[in-house]
Design a protein around this ligand. Structure first.
Ligand code: PEP
Ligand code: MG
Length: 576
């Protein structure tokens, strides 16, 4: 028996024969000499058109098979194919240095891959894989050397060096038992896809897996990150027992995910989804979401080349509200600016974008941007369960101005004879410490709070949430953040309004008992986390969770809080 270890990337167990996919080496271009610069540029542009067509085909396939998260990468690739810096570099190589289109693509994509891979920021490091993937797609099209089709004939565990998203999408998933990759990371596309499909995956095992004989019997443990080749009888028995228990648990969670959630001592908690597209709304229903606790409306603005009109917004919001009916949708108004740019909206560059003119600040400074969205939301609310939420509120005056603008829009629509929502709940995201500290004032003027723990943690601890080298400090379990949440929740309940959490923290198994104990009424998260989080809440009692929350507030740091939770509830380790 041979045991290969890697990093667990998608939980689950698979047993069966292995199928090894060797990397596709392109046919060498030989002695191809460059045509004239204009011929090479035309070839390049032709390849870009073909690559974009492929992206949209892959997008549709990934969306149908694995949902919005897995498909989103192909939208990113299509946008990257139009990246002006990349195009300029390729054009310069072709026109000034007379390179072939192939050589220019290779040179430019290698340069950007190298640049991105060295960055501190985890987000940019991951983009290196995307640039590499579009580089190989363009090279394949230009050389006409197509990767041989993957001919899977029976269910198998797939072993490969790494997969481009395009290769993963082309696989017949009904014959894939699991993935084991020599390279790749937990956030790579194959890992995301495996999680969306509910298949186990192990990554980073090293190149040895490419020498495994095709057809060898193997066991893949996606919880521990292990691949057993030719397992002995004892290993096989233990593995089968664990796999059986895991499947029973998964089935149980899936069966229960559509039911309302109560703690063991009867406290009801709402569990909703964070969504950012129509496709994600449909997916959220499958996972048992009781509404959308956070509709990130930026998607409508980011996928277009000009501002979406009131009518376009109305159509999209209406579709999403109808998907969730009779559950509510919390529509968050535009959270753009700062680090999230819209190419068609020129905003002054800022030294500290996270502290700059973003979200509600931008909308109040540019009402012509805000008004179509408010009107679309008011129209959607007619006869539907919609709530409006303002992001990045720092000061009471901002809330009052936004409400005034909303009331003006309501008046205009009524004068025009357009149906609008009679009564629409208005809330704020509590994600800036000033709003958390003045929660009593805000609670008197809104219908609900939703705590955005991603930004609240960023601003409380002064850690840039996109800077991976500060991950050690960036924990929502930090007692400073917990004290703010406790204060906000108490203020909300004193004024009789509901309070939820819509940051990543709501889906963190170790945070859930504390949030429950602090009295949160609603948890909103990525849809795929819902079955597990509902299961965790159902295993807890509100009484014990309250005791745990009190103890957590007394800890000096996030590590102590984590240790405390695992000490009291060791079974939570299985959910991590
Ligand atoms: C948050 O800040 O916690 C949040 C949910 O909003 P976003 O992640 O979109 O900034
Ligand atoms: Mg936020």
């Amino acid at each position: 028996m041979e045991i290969l270890s890697g990093v667990p990337a998608a939980r689950g167990f698979a047993a069966g024969p292995v199928y090894v996919i060797h990397p596709h080496r392109l046919r060498a271009p030989g002695h191809k000499t460059a045509g004239s610069p204009s011929e090479e540029w035309t070839r390049y542009m032709g390849a870009v058109v073909e690559a974009k067509i492929r992206c949209s085909l892959y997008y549709e396939k990934a969306l149908a098979e694995a949902g919005a998260d897995a498909a989103a990468i192909f939208e990113a690739h299509a946008a990257m194919l139009e990246d002006p810096d990349l195009q300029d570099a390729i054009q310069e190589a072709i026109e000034k240095r007379y390179l072939t289109a192939e050589a220019a693509v290779e040179e430019a994509t290698e340069f950007y891959t190298g640049l991105l891979a060295k960055m501190d920021n985890e987000y940019f490091r991951q983009r290196a894989d995307d640039v590499r993937a579009i580089g190989s797609e363009l090279a394949e099209i230009l050389s006409g050397s197509l990767a041989p089709p993957i001919e899977l004939t029976n269910p198998s565990i797939i072993l490969a060096e790494d997969f481009t998203p395009a290769q993963t999408v082309q696989l017949d998933k009904s014959l894939v038992l699991g993935f084991c990759l020599a390279r790749g990371g937990v956030t790579s596309h194959t890992s995301i896809l495996a999680r969306s499909l509910g298949l186990p995956a192990v990554v980073g095992t090293g190149m040895a897996i490419l020498s495994v004989k095709v057809g060898s019997h193997a066991l893949l443990n996606g919880c521990e990150g292990t691949l057993y080749i030719g397992p002995d009888a004892d290993t096989q028995v233990v593995f089968e027992e664990r796999a059986k228990a895991f499947r029973a648990l998964q089935q149980d969670r899936k069966a229960q995910c559509h039911l309302p959630t109560f703690t063991r001592d009867g406290r009801r908690v709402e569990v909703a989804a964070n969504i950012g597209s129509i496709a994600a709304a449909q997916e959220a229903i499958q996972y048992g979401a009781e509404g959308a606790g956070l509709l990130r409306t930026e998607f409508l603005y980011l996928e277009k080349t000009s501002l979406p009109t009131e009518e376009e917004q109305y159509q999209a919001y209406q579709t999403i509200a109808d998907v969730f009916h009779p559950h509510p949708v919390v529509l968050r108004t535009l959270d753009i600016g700062g680090d999230k740019e819209l190419p068609y909206l020129t905003l002054p560059s800022e030294l500290n974008p996270f502290l700059g003119v973003r979200a509600l600040r931008l909308c109040l400074q540019q009402p012509e941007l805000f008004i179509p969205q408010l009107r679309a939301a008011l129209r959607t609310g007619a006869g539907r369960s919609l709530k409006i939420m303002f992001p990045m509120v720092a000061d009471l005056d901002e809330l009052r101005q936004a409400r005034q603008l909303l009331e003006n829009c309501r008046g205009d629509l009524q004068n025009e004879g357009t149906p609008v929502a009679d009564k629409l709940e208005i809330g704020i995201m509590v994600e800036i410490p000033s709003a958390a500290l003045l929660a009593d004032w805000f609670a008197g003027e809104v219908d609900f709070f939703s705590i955005g723990t991603n930004d609240l943690t960023q601003y409380t601890l002064a850690v840039d949430r996109t800077n991976a080298s500060l991950d050690y400090l960036s924990s929502s379990l930090h007692p400073a953040v917990l004290h703010l949440i406790e204060h906000v929740t108490r203020a909300a309940h004193t004024y009789g309004i509901w309070v939820g959490v819509c940051g990543e923290m709501a889906a963190d198994p170790l945070a859930v008992p504390i949030l429950l104990g602090l009295g949160l009424d609603e948890f909103s998260m990525s849809a795929s986390a819902i079955p597990d989080i509902k299961d965790i809440i159902r295993r807890l009692t509100y009484t014990d969770a309250k005791g745990l929350a009190v103890e957590a507030l007394r800890q000096p740091g996030a590590n102590e809080v984590m240790r405390l939770v695992l000490d009291r509830l060791p079974w939570l380790a299985d959910f991590e």
